[in-house]
Design a protein around this ligand. Structure first.
Ligand code: NAD
Length: 356
């Protein structure tokens, strides 16, 4: 018998996968725990409709493994995991459903900790928190860090500066042309930060109200969403969707750097290699967009949440990006692979320490 799930678990050494089911509230969910080498597995709770149950499990597995690498490379002492509720967040999300999910998370006794993700909100986290203490993303009045979009935006801007230093010999973004895709929780503060630094930004969003606000308040130019990636510019910043670097977009790029907050920007890893071959410097998404995570998890460090330390650690993304560019050149590998190696080095270190 051949199936892709157990093959994937074995290939990437998963710790465990939990299937959650509660017929009374219509809950069907998956919790994937990839690694706890650096600390408890952590990753957001997604709610989404999937074609098949297998697709949902595979999504949780891929995302959970991605979290392990993200935390390891970002220097955060957490392992990787992810939870997925199968269903339409617009029509099927109820308090009972979220609470039931919270009970499953609680039953893992802290081996998995969660936060918001696609299809879930900070309000949902508050509901979840009624049933489990293992929620990281919470409003400030519940002891959390609140909105993490600005921290993510700042981290990306620092990664851009490291890339600019490499490409133009100066980290200043003043006068640089930037094509910014997506004006959401991260894209908007990113736009504000870049405009403040004197960059010349062109924006696109499918939400016309956000574009109108950007035009009105920050006097930036706009282009239709379908062509933002193809703008002649210094930096293309994906702040909306994943898989924006793919077979059809890659030959249309007119930039020297790709750096943004969107998760999984490369449709496939080979697209990161093609970028390098074309002389485009790619800031690996999980390095550039770790700011929110670093900020969010600061309260798990010694002494509890410290705003100053949290911002300082977010700004360190720049050093990490610089380190990664150096590694990529030294080892003659594309930046996406250098990022994976950086993460693997930290994981190896943690495993080694456990053995001695
Ligand atoms: P969001 O939902 O607040 O914003 C996304 C924005 O993109 C929206 O304004 C939406 O209208 C726009 N958009 C959607 N499709 C588009 C398209 N085809 N063209 C142009 N714009 C489009 O999400 P967010 O929290 O800002 O996150 C943005 C990206 O960054 C996501 O990929 C997310 O996974 C990633 N990310 C976010 C955080 C965080 O702190 N929120 C942290 C790490 C990574």
């Amino acid at each position: 018998m051949k199936g892709r799930i157990f093959e994937y678990l074995e290939k990437y050494s998963f710790r465990k996968v939990v299937l959650c089911h509660n017929a009374d509230v219509g809950l069907k969910a998956v919790i994937a725990i990839h690694s706890t080498d650096l600390g408890p597995a952590c990753g957001g709770l997604r709610m989404w409709t999937y074609e098949t149950e297998e697709d949902a499990i595979m999504d949780a597995l891929r995302l959970g493994r991605g979290m392990t690498y993200k935390y390891a490379a970002a220097g955060v002492n957490l392992g990787g995991g992810k939870a997925v509720i199968i269903g339409d967040p617009k029509t099927q999300k109820t308090e009972a459903l979220i609470r039931a999910m919270g009970r499953f998370i609680q039953s893992l006794n802290g081996e998995y900790r969660t936060g918001e993700d696609v299809g879930t909100t900070l309000d949902d986290m508050e509901v979840l928190y009624q049933e489990t203490e293992h929620v990281i993303t919470l409003p400030e009045y519940c002891g959390g860090a609140g909105n993490i979009g600005p921290a993510t935006a700042l981290g990306v801007q620092q990664a851009m500066k490291a890339c600019a230093q490499e490409v133009w010999g100066s980290d200043s973004l003043k006068g640089r042309t930037i094509a910014l895709q997506g004006l959401g929780a991260v894209g908007w503060p990113a736009l504000e930060g870049l405009v403040k630094e004197g960059a010349r930004v062109t924006v696109a969003d499918i939400d016309e109200a956000k574009v109108e606000r950007a035009r009105r308040e920050l006097a930036v130019k706009e282009v239709p969403p379908a062509v933002i990636h193809a703008q002649p510019c210094d930096i293309y910043g994906p702040y909306a969707l994943g898989a924006v670097i793919n077979d059809s977009t890659i030959s249309e790029l007119r930039c020297r750097i790709v750096c943004g907050s969107a998760n999984n920007q490369l449709a496939e890893e080979r697209h990161g290699t093609i970028l390098q071959e074309r002389g485009v410097l790619y800031a690996p998404d999980y390095i550039a967009n770790a700011g929110g995570t670093i900020f969010d998890t600061d309260r798990m460090q010694k002494g509890g949440f410290n705003r100053e330390r949290a911002w300082r650690n977010v700004a360190r993304i720049r050093d990490r990006m610089t380190e990664l560019i150096a590694m990529s050149k030294r080892e003659k590998v594309p930046t996406w692979l250098a990022a994976d190696r950086l993460a693997e080095q930290r994981l190896q270190m943690a495993r080694h320490l456990r053995m001695i």
